[in-house]
Write a protein that binds this ligand. Structure first.
Ligand code: TRP
Ligand code: ZN
Length: 881
């Protein structure tokens, strides 16, 4: 817990480590309540620096013994504080031994060594290793680890750590032990151990180089049958990384362990990934199509880290996006190859434009490579991950696939085994391609979302089309002035017949057909295209080629035209979203000014056309039929009124459903399949069917409700059951209570399925939802100590239910702040994340704004706040630095 204002760590203050660890020899006597950790560190002073003291990090460790070169130190020979052990200046080469006692059973922060379902597991990124033993806990100290685990064989039959198992046996006292050796030097944040009663699914993968790798997925015995999809995903990911990035696996064994109590999605510990069970366990009856996709993506993400993160790691935590942005880009490309490229792009862009833009425009805005932090755990953000991935994607676009691959080959080869910076990454790409990326580097240092202003002018007599493009980035905290960025701007000009015009810029010899990528580097550009006889409709920022806000003054008719004809699938979808957004905005204005609401004929016609002419990709169609979310619409408005957004959007859903009822019903029935399959095609059909059901349920019609109940009752898979139940959860009918009770009765023993049950209720827009959520916090299915439960109930309510969370009374805010304060002493990392919806207070209309700020102030005034929550609350109120 915090004393005064937490210290700010700055990127500019980086200095290299005074000592390197060559070897870390660890011994764990695992026990609950007490575990003993013996560490023997072989150290070498950094010859590049003048001799300085060895200061090891360590928190909440009961120090029993410390020795240097075999000699035990007396207490006056070292300094022990809350979080450091200072041993003074040591010889150029020496060994330091420590022995500490820790209490994993009391560790509710889920950082360091803790228990989940009675099994031991660890989470060390970013700075959790210091809660395990005294160590220089920084990523630029890379050591070879060997780890011996010993424990009661009856309670902890399985003992796992990084690398390869090299010895095992029984000890005289009846305990058993296993010794693991990891031949690859690594920072301590990649250390892991797991011990307990687990079973494994085993398989093998033979690498392109002929290495046979043992694959093991370890789970609690009750989950033994739910690992097949995770294993399949892992093998797909291993093959893909060989094919697309030329990266092979490097140890003889790759292990994944699933645990129920986990702060985030998963962790890439060398050779021993630890996963939130949500991203491992799946069966058709318990997991939706989205869950399957999430598992495939996260398994791949952690696997890809073996190169982008582990073999080449980060010099310091400011460089986090070096591994995360790059690895997210890699997993996005993988998912695009495994599923549908356009749908994957749409989902990623939705996430970015809804939540990363919100972060980038608010009080917590920071660059992809931040300059300062109080608590690094607060910087595992959408900006570092998702915008970071967009930055890598832009490099891929600018260099082309071959140039990019040459660049990443060079990066991996040149920096293998090292801890490096984002700048090193860009430099490797420059060296491999001869491109100048100096201006591009600003993407790493400048926060905020750039705005592109575009206008087009056709001169029929000169047969020219001139596109004028301006860019500017609004100020963000600490960065009042911004410089122009290097932006890949992909576009096409669509002729009246819907075909892309060949494009030739003034001065060019030949026209290029289809999409071309222009490069913006200045605040303003004018591009003159020649030989343009008829007025085209510009299709701008195709594939969403840069993470910017695009302003172009389209007419409704032009949007409907692009929606029907654009050859770029992403932009076809985006045109529909823009049109729908515009219609909803007008409805909000009509509602506010007391005009009658009516359905926009253009949008209706466009939607009808989509349904009548569904195209090949059902998933893309389903995506196109979805109105922009309330959260997205809020992000587009100033002085947000969540109720107005909700009502306007619901009016539109209802009106569309009313007009399109026959064709929605027809499409619903046409896409019902007699048996459950998992092909992309079958998934697309299910998705479309369920989107149709969602619209139809907006009608509040008893026949439809009966149809929905039937789907729920007869579903043989979770996708269909959830789609029906989600629709039922939104309507106040007896069937709702019945179905929710039935679902609970059937799945009460499956924690992941109960998360869905909690989230469905938390996101119902029915008026009694807050009271319901409060009751559910006392339900046996809820547990404040389990992050999945917290996210499913409280997180889903606060970020997935705008109209109820933002109740004008402020009751939602009060509830959230209370839960944050209750959770903070237990798990500060999750508490800080839970608080984020309140940080947007300035964006809301005056009444809500004041209430939200009031709750933030109450949180900030609470004594003993963690630095995690302190940093978020103080910065949100503009009181931080
Ligand atoms: N490095 C992990 C990933 O992106 C995420 C991670 C960071 C994490 N800190 C964590 C996971 C803390 C769990 C707990 O894959
Ligand atoms: Zn990651």
């Amino acid at each position: 817990m915090r004393e005064a204002t937490p210290r700010t760590i700055r990127r500019e203050d980086y200095t290299p480590p005074p000592y390197f660890v060559e070897h870390a020899d660890l011994g764990f006597e695992l026990g609950d309540p007490v575990t003993r950790v013996e560490a023997r560190l072989t150290l070498r002073r950094n010859p590049a620096l003048p001799p300085g003291p060895l200061v090891l990090d360590g928190q909440e460790l009961g120090l029993k013994r410390v020795a240097v070169d075999g000699r035990e130190l007396a207490p006056h020979e070292y300094t022990l504080t809350e979080d450091h052990l200072d041993l003074g200046i040591l010889p150029e080469r020496c060994t330091v031994e420590t022995s500490v006692e820790i209490r994993p059973g009391e560790n509710t922060s889920l950082e360091g060594l803790y228990l989940s379902s009675g099994n031991f597991c660890t989470q060390c990124e970013a700075e959790g290793f210091r809660k395990i033993t005294f160590y220089p806990d920084r990523p630029d100290v890379m050591a070879r680890f060997s780890t011996t685990l010993s424990a009661d064989p009856a309670r902890y039959p399985v003992l796992l750590s990084n690398g390869n198992p090299v010895a095992r046996g029984e000890l005289p006292d009846g305990r058993h032990f296993v010794t693991w050796e990891d031949p690859f030097p690594k920072p301590c944040y990649l250390f892991a151990l797991v011990a307990g009663n687990l079973v494994s699914l085993e398989d093998t993968f033979t690498t392109a180089g002929g290495r046979e790798v043992k694959l093991e997925i370890w789970v609690e015995p009750r989950n033994a049958e739910k690992c097949g999809h995770a294993m399949h995903s892992l093998k797909q990911a291993m093959a893909w990384d060989e094919r697309v990035f030329g990266r092979e696996y490097d140890l003889d064994i790759y292990m994944i362990v699933a645990v129920d109590d986990f702060n985030m999605g998963a962790m890439e510990n060398k050779g021993l990934n630890v996963f939130n069970s949500k991203y491992v366990l799946a069966q058709p009856e318990t997991a939706t199509d989205e869950d399957y996709e999430g598992i495939e993506a996260v398994i791949a993400h952690e696997y890809f880290h073996n190169w982008s993160g582990n073999r080449v790691t980060c010099r310091d935590w400011f460089q986090l996006s070096l591994k995360e942005g790059f690895t997210v880009f890699r997993d996005q490309q993988f998912t695009a190859d495994m599923t549908s490229r356009a749908v994957k792009r749409i989902k990623d862009v939705n996430l970015l434009r809804t939540f990363q833009f919100r972060e980038d425009g608010g009080p917590l805005a920071h660059p992809v490579r931040p300059d300062a932090y109080q608590e690094i755990n607060n910087f595992y953000t959408l900006t570092v991950y998702e915008k970071g991935a967009e930055v890598v994607r832009m490099l891929h676009t600018l260099l082309g696939p071959e140039g990019f691959r040459r660049g990443t080959d060079r990066y991996f080869e040149r920096f293998d085994g090292q801890a490096v910076t984002c700048d090193d990454f860009v430099q490797a790409l420059e060296e491999a391609t001869g491109r100048d990326l100096s201006r591009f580097r600003r993407w790493y240092s400048q926060a905020g979302t750039p705005v592109l202003g575009v206008s087009g002018h056709h001169d029929p007599r000169a047969r020219t089309y001139t596109l004028t493009v301006t860019q500017h980035t609004p100020p963000t905290p600490g960065q009042p002035d911004k410089l122009p960025l290097h932006i890949p701007f992909a576009l096409g000009l669509v002729g009246p017949d819907g075909v892309d015009l060949p494009l030739r810029l003034a001065g060019e010899a030949e026209a290029v057909a289809g999409t071309r990528v222009l490069e913006l580097t200045e605040a303003e550009h004018a591009f003159v295209f020649e030989a343009i006889g008829t007025t085209p409709v510009p299709s701008l920022l195709r594939g969403y080629s840069a993470p910017v806000r695009l302003r172009y003054d389209y007419s409704d008719a032009e949007l409907a035209f692009l929606m029907a004809h654009d050859t770029d699938e992403f932009n076809r979808w985006d045109a529909g979203q823009r049109l729908a957004e515009r219609v909803i905005t007008r409805l909000m204005a009509d509602y506010r000014d007391g005009r009658p609401l009516r359905l926009d004929e253009g949008l209706l016609a466009a939607y009808r056309k989509l349904l009548e002419d569904p195209g090949a990709d059902r998933r893309l169609l389903a995506q196109a039929l979805m109105l922009p979310s309330e959260a997205y619409l809020a992000e587009q408005s100033d002085a947000i009124d969540p109720e107005a957004i909700h009502n306007a959007r619901e009016f539109l859903r209802h009106a569309l459903a009313q007009e399109l009822r026959p064709i929605l019903l027809e499409s619903y029935h046409a896409h019902r399949d007699p048996d459950y399959r998992v092909s992309p095609e079958a998934i697309g059909r299910r998705r479309l069917k369920n989107v149709c059901l969602g619209y139809l349920m907006a009608l509040h019609d008893e026949t439809i409700q009966a149809l929905c109940m039937t789907q729920y009752r007869e579903a043989d898979n979770m996708t269909d059951a959830m789609a029906a139940l989600a629709a039922l959860a939104q309507v106040d009918i007896p069937g709702r209570i019945e179905a929710l009770a039935h679902f609970h009765g059937r799945w009460r023993d499956d924690p992941l399925v109960m998360d869905k049950w909690l989230a469905l209720q938390a996101t119902s827009s029915l008026p009694g939802t807050l009271e319901e959520v409060k009751r559910l916090t006392r339900h046996p299915a809820f547990n404040l100590r389990n992050p999945n439960k917290v996210r499913a109930l409280i997180g889903a309510f606060a970020s997935g239910n705008p109209v109820r969370f933002h109740d004008p009374s402020g009751a939602g805010y009060l509830f959230l702040a209370d839960r944050v304060l209750e959770l903070d002493p237990l798990n500060p990392q999750v508490a800080a994340r839970l608080l984020t919806p309140l940080t947007q207070w300035r964006r809301y209309e005056p009444g809500r704004r004041a209430l939200m700020a009031g709750e933030l102030k109450r949180v900030l005034a609470t004594p003993q706040l963690s630095k995690d929550v302190y940093e978020i609350a103080s910065k949100a109120l503009g009181e931080g630095s």
